[in-house]
Design a protein around this ligand. Sequence first.
Ligand code: MG
Length: 160
Amino acid sequence: MRIGQGFDAHRFAAGRRLVLGGVSIDHPLGMAAHSDGDVVIHALCDALLGAAGLGDIGRHFPDTDPAWEGADSRKLLHHVCSLLAERSLAVVNVDLTVIAQQPKLAPHFAAMRANLAADLDVEQTRVNLKATTTEGMGFTGRAEGIAASAVVLLREQAHP
Ligand code: MG
């Protein structure tokens, strides 16, 4: 077994889409980022890379690389999953926490869970999403941005 954890945060910006867990959320502000700014997927990718001993998301998808400008973060996740598959690593479960004062995220969790389970090729029961505010404290509490943390467990599959 291998464990990994990841964390990401992005600032709110006008004129950007808000995409979390691959779901477009109707909100006046989106995330400032080189890619689509999906903090949930970025934290998840970092956790997966960490568990696999493969560094971090910045190493694999540098924000200076035009190939990832405005990128759908699910493409990043697919790439990370291919790196795991090459190493015979499979996801046991993932646990994700989104830290945001706004918007309300619970109504979007079913769609986010379905996306992530499909991308990770696991049953939805192996993907858990939680949301919390910080009760008005700090950058998330002031609604300056959204943060996400992820913990994942991988198992090493037996070679055929
Ligand atoms: Mg990020």
